[in-house]
Design a protein around this ligand. Structure first.
Ligand code: AMP
Length: 417
């Protein structure tokens, strides 16, 4: 399949080439022709599937660039997502000559007001700030022809729905609606029923293939050993671009400090950071100026950085689905990736829930040179215990975990595979 057969015109095809995409992802292949045909579309797809381009490309083809009020509106729950969508929209607009703008809370109003004044074709927004600007008369939503609701499930979870309803009331009733959601809960389906007209459904989830492209490995350790293991893990595997997840903001800061002290440049990104700090951290990570980004789940879905080689779960997530979101930050766009998970004894129940959710056992990782693996003695589940000193420690440098045969893999029954 190529982009040539989806109905995109030459300007958009040229934009696709400028982004370096050679073939459409499944969501793009399915959604682009439907959007171009003017249909309402429900896309069940997670971040990482290429959904942003799936709505940005055809939407920009459908709207003409005219000075004045936005013709396309994208509503998304977080600033990070808004910035990432805006980045794709801006890249495409370089070729199509549309004007795009992004508005979100936590920063000054004036630059956003000025951007609205200059005129916008596609506006990307988080709900609260959009309502503020609309309430103050700085955004006119009466010309919107295409509405995109991105991460609808998350907007519902985070209590944004009353705001979204207020936004819907400001839009013309005749418009095209595109709704994307990682999950289709009853609540989301209700919203679809209320908001969309005869929508076409496109489903590319759950991402069973992406998760299979990720080599997962488990490292049972005591809580006190986690810092030491993290540093040795990153050095041992030669991890290039690493995303580390912690349970709390405080722990994220602490882990970033520990890594810095060990000579591994890192930055932390979480809900307590100001917008400017978050943007700076993400930017430094994207540009390779720091090797490790430490994050909490609240910002996980908004992190869309190419070439993350490793995701390390410093703490297990409390919600099993978050595990899938976290590790999905690696192995993007067909590349392979590694996901290492540290587990302290008290996190064992979380692990069991995650394994139930993903329908697979996360196998024990190879030994790390220079790390005393006393964690083996701490695991309540004997099936996971390490049978003895490893004779063939893993070689230096990144290597795949958890799937190859050979030494060091144990199944549930404790038998070596
Ligand atoms: P998204 O799901 O929109 O967050 O996209 C995930 C990642 O896939 C982004 O880094 C995109 O740049 C990349 N991507 C999207 N579409 C394609 C494509 N057709 N070919 C290669 N990479 C893509």
């Amino acid at each position: 399949m190529s982009f040539d057969n989806l109905g995109l015109d030459d300007r958009l095809l040229s934009a696709v080439r400028s982004m370096g995409y050679t073939a459409p992802t499944p969501i793009q292949e399915q959604a682009i022709p439907l959007v171009l045909a003017g249909r309402d579309v429900v896309g069940c797809a997670q971040t990482g599937t290429g959904k942003t381009a799936a709505f940005v490309l055809p939407t920009l083809q459908r709207i003409q660039s005219r000075p004045g009020a936005p013709r396309a509106l994208v509503v998304t729950p977080t600033r990070e997502l808004a910035l990432q969508i805006d980045e794709v929209a801006r890249t495409v607009s370089r070729t199509t000559r549309h004007r795009t703008a992004v508005v979100y809370g936590g920063v000054g109003y004036e630059p956003q007001r000025q951007a609205m004044k200059r005129g916008v074709d596609m506006l990307v927004a988080t709900p609260g700030r959009l309502l503020d600007l609309a309430g103050q008369g700085h955004v006119d939503l009466s010309r919107v022809e295409v509405l995109v609701l991105d991460e609808a499930d998350r907007m519902l979870d985070q209590g944004f729905w009353p705001d979204v309803r207020r936004i819907l009331a400001l839009l013309p009733s005749k418009r095209q609606n595109l709704l994307f959601s990682a999950t289709m809960t009853d609540e989301v389906l209700k919203v679809i029923g209320e908001t969309l007209t005869d929508p076409a459904h496109v489903d590319v989830s759950p991402p069973s293939r992406p998760i299979e492209a990720i080599e997962q490995a488990l490292y049972p350790v005591s809580g006190e050993q986690k810092n030491d293991l993290l540093v040795k893990m990153i050095n041992h595997h030669g991890c290039e671009r690493v995303l580390v997840f912690t349970r709390t903001k405080h722990r994220a800061d602490r882990v970033a400090r520990t890594l810095d002290r060990a000579g591994i440049r890192s930055a932390a990104i979480h809900g307590n950071r100001s917008q400017a700090q978050r943007v700076k951290a993400l930017d430094e990570f994207k540009r390779g100026r720091c090797r490790v980004l430490v994050a909490t789940d609240i910002v996980a879905r908004g992190i869309d950085v190419e070439g993350i080689s490793h995701v390390i779960n410093f703490d297990l997530p409390n919600v099993p689905e978050d595990y899938v979101h976290r590790i999905g930050r690696t192995a993007r766009a067909g590349k392979s990736g590694w996901a290492f998970t540290m587990m302290a004894p008290e996190e064992h129940d979380n692990l069991r829930d995650i394994e139930k959710t993903i329908g697979a056992i996360i196998e024990r990782g190879d030994d790390i040179t220079g790390f005393d693996y006393s964690g083996d003695r701490l695991v309540p589940d004997p099936a996971r215990t390490h049978a003895g000193p490893r004779k063939n420690p893993a070689p230096q440098g990144a290597r795949r975990q958890g799937r190859r045969g050979g030494s060091g893999r144990y199944n549930r029954s404790g038998a070596q595979r």
